[in-house]
Every structure is written in C-alpha cells, then in structure tokens.
Design a protein around this ligand. Structure first.
Ligand code: NAD
Length: 405
C-alpha cells in the first residue's frame, strides 16, 4: 500500500512542476493537515482506526470510512489525497478526507458492528462535524452503518445532526439515488466517451459486482450497452453476444449470470472496447500491462491502475479515464445530501442524477479540450485531471493566505 501513496504523491509533484504550481501549494498538498489514529476496543479485541484530513483548502473535509482487514495508514492517506483532487477537479466545494479501521465487519456479530460504528464516531468526534468534516460510506460501510454513525454523532451533540454524515438510509435523512450514484456516474462517463469518440455498440467487461460495479452494469444494460463479462472476488462469467445481467442485479451474485466461467485474470485480458475496474486498488500494474487488450479503461475503483502502468497503457494508445473523474458521482450526490440536510432544499433522484451527469460529462469534455490544447503526446487523461485540480487548489490556497498569482 506504500506504493499507492507514493504514486499519488509523485503524480502531484510531477504535475505541479509541469504546470508551474507554487512550491508552497505542493508542499502543503504532500502532507495531510491532520491525521488521527486511535484504538477501538470491542469484546477484548483492539482495532486500529484512522481519520485523515488531507486538505480543507476548498471546503470541509469529505470522504468515506472503510472497514477492512486490508486498511493501512498509507492507504487512508492516499485515498484522502484522491478526495481532495476529485472535489477540486469536479468543482464541488469540499476538501479531502478519508477514514478506516482494520477490521472485517462481516466477521463480527450485528451487535458488535453497531458498537464498532458508535466507537468509531466517539473516536473521531472531536474533529468531525457538518461544517468541518463530513464522512460517508466506503468499502463495508453501508447506509445502515452510516445511519448508526449519524445517530451517535447526534446523541453526543444532543440534537439531530443529519449534516454530519452523508450516505444515510433515506428514512434517516439520506438522499434518493445516493447508493447508486457512483455506478450511475461511471455510466454517464461511458456515455460521454462514446459520444465524443463516436463509438457505437462497444463491448464492455466489468471487474467488481458490488455497489459500484453492479449499479454501473444496471444503468449500462438498461441503456442497451453490451456487457460481455463481469466478475467479483470469486471469479467471472463471459458471453461474447452479451450477458443478461438484470436478474443478477437483484440477487447481487455473479454466479446467477448465465455464460462461460472465467477467472479475473481472463476478464482483465479480454479484447474489449471498455474495461471497467470497479473492485480494488492495483489491478493493472507493470506486471500485466502488456497483456491488457482493452481500448479504454474506466477506473471506478480508487487507484486500480498504478502510475507506471497508466503511462505504459497510454503509450500503447489505451485511454484510461482516471478514478478522480470516473467515480466522482458519489461525491456529487453527497454534496446534494449535505445541502438537503442544511434544509436548503430537498433533491429528487432525477435532480441528483442530472447533476452527476452534467458534472462528470462536463469535466470529461474539459479534459479532452485541455489534451487537444496541450497536444503533448505524453499527457495522460489522469495528468490532465490532476493539473486542473492543482490549479484550482493553488488558487484556493493563495486566496486563503491572502495572496494571488
Ligand atoms: P463493494 O465492497 O460493494 O464491492 C466490491 C466488489 O469487488 C465486490 O463485488 C467484490 O467481490 C469485488 N472484489 C473484491 N476483491 C476483488 C478482487 N481481488 N478481484 C475481483 N473482484 C474483487 O465496494 P464498492 O463500494 O462497490 O467499491 C468498489 C471500489 O469503488 C472501491 O475502490 C471504492 O473505494 C470505490 N469507490 C466507491 C464509492 C461508493 O460510493 N461506494 C465511491 C467512490 C469510489
């Protein structure tokens, strides 16, 4: 996981230099503003937990909480930096944060899960709040857990505080469409890439069939796109003429989809128009870049392609749509939920989805124009995305410090 953090920081340094971003801004972005580490005790077990507040240059810290045995301090920091870059890129007035705890909540009882959620909130309580840091769901933290967390926060402050967390269940002040938002956003990006590049009837393979992958597949299939393969951690399934995925969208099991059984490795190496990565980090690395035959890669997971692999794919002519753009649908929806909690206005699902599509499609077009304008063959979409984010962060940083460029 150390590599993930190094890769993210290296990208900031490199794009900072290429775009003449001030040294002070870059130094500030290479270090988190605050990193809280604490221990949760549950049933005699000690669980390490974290909250990283990377940057508040553009607004309150925003980012999910991940409960997984794979969580590390470095991973939490890297993911918080991606949140800062993502919000800056898509123009949402939030900063970047991330949280996590080293625990698999599926291995503990329901009562202990609730205790874990409440203890996590007690640990981060002094540094979070609706105007300072607003956590959200991530891997293994669903709307039920987030509702418990918002309830614990409200209990401590002694009043209902729906703006303290986003991603709550609808009955607890959550937003219609929030749970589908990231997958839907990925679908909106797919539509835009096809429109801009004039692609018709592309073949699509999707790794990951959880919240993000499943919702991506659902909207893509509904719009008539051909999904030729999908997988989860246990393996995949393929059918060249197109899978019928809609039944499995209900059961959420790849095993319920009819087709030829394949491994995750087979799926990654398929000759498709789009390879959509919606599972975990470091899926395409220097080790397998040579075998990737997809023409476009859409990164819905955070950090699924390493920095070097991204450069190598770009050299081969593969278009890699970066995570900070492709998976930004969730944070656009979070912003709508946060505004809703401030009682500014209630958002319908249609409004949320239209905001996501407008935002992500607009950002993709902005990057396309920048790539044309620079006409630098080495410039990847990810570099262009980071350079747009960095120039917005630099403006914010100078404004905060009373200077201007
Ligand atoms: P999830 O836990 O709901 O689903 C993950 C899926 O990936 C599951 O189908 C799982 O079986 C599969 N998987 C796990 N390990 C795998 C492996 N080694 N090979 C193949 N498949 C594997 O998680 P999610 O919420 O869908 O998140 C997926 C990714 O998207 C994560 O990187 C997350 O940080 C990112 N993301 C999620 C959101 C969101 O709103 N949920 C927002 C932005 C980014």
């Amino acid at each position: 996981m150390e590599k993930f953090l190094k890769d993210v920081k290296r990208k900031i340094e490199k794009e900072g230099k290429r775009n003449n971003i001030g040294e002070d801004t870059i130094k500030r972005l290479l270090l988190p503003e605050r990193f809280l580490e604490f221990t949760i005790e549950i049933g005699g077990r000690y669980i390490s937990a974290y909250r990283c507040q990377h940057s508040s240059i553009l607004g309150p810290y925003k980012g999910g909480i991940r409960f997984s045995e794979q969580v590390t301090r470095d991973e939490v920091e890297a993911l918080s930096i991606l949140m800062t870059l993502k919000c800056a890129l898509i123009g949402i007035p939030f900063g970047g944060g991330k949280g996590g705890a080293i625990v698999d909540p599926r291995k503990i009882s329901e009562k202990e899960r609730e205790q874990l959620a409440r203890e996590y909130v007690k640990g981060v309580f002094p540094i979070i709040g609706p105007e300072t840091d607003i956590p959200a769901p991530d891997i293994n933290t669903d709307e039920k857990i987030i509702s418990i967390m918002a309830d614990e926060y409200s209990r401590i402050v002694g009043k209902c505080s729906p703006g303290s967390f986003t991603g709550k269940a609808i009955k607890d002040g959550g937003l219609a469409g929030r749970s589908e938002a990231t997958g839907y956003g990925g679908f909106a990006v797919l539509e835009e890439v096809c429109r801009v590049k004039g692609l018709k009837n592309p073949k699509i393979a999707v790794q990951g069939f959880g919240n993000v992958g499943l919702n991506f597949v659902h909207y893509a299939e509904k719009a008539g796109f051909k999904i030729v393969a999908v997988s989860d951690h246990a393996g995949g399934v393929k059918r060249e003429e197109g899978l019928i995925v809609k039944d499995a969208v209900k059961s959420k099991h790849v095993a319920d989809i009819k087709g030829e059984r394949i491994s995750n490795k087979d799926l990654l190496e398929m000759g498709v128009d789009f390879l959509v990565l919606a599972a975990v980090e470091n899926v395409i690395t220097e080790e397998n870049t040579d075998r990737i035959r997809a023409k476009h890669v859409i990164c819905l997971a955070n950090g699924p392609v390493t920095r070097k692999a991204e450069e190598d794919l770009h050299q081969k002519g593969v278009v890699v749509v970066p995570d900070i753009l492709a998976n930004a649908g969730g944070v656009v929806a979070s912003y709508c939920e946060w505004k809703q909690a401030q009682k500014e206005r209630k958002c319908s699902k249609e409004e949320v989805f239209s905001s996501i599509a407008k935002n992500l499609k607009g950002s993709f077009c902005e990057l396309e124009s920048l790539m044309k304008e620079k006409s630098d063959k080495k410039l990847t979409l990810s570099c262009a995305a980071i350079s747009v984010a960095l120039s917005r962060l630099e403006k914010g940083y100078l404004k905060k410090n009373g200077e201007s460029k």
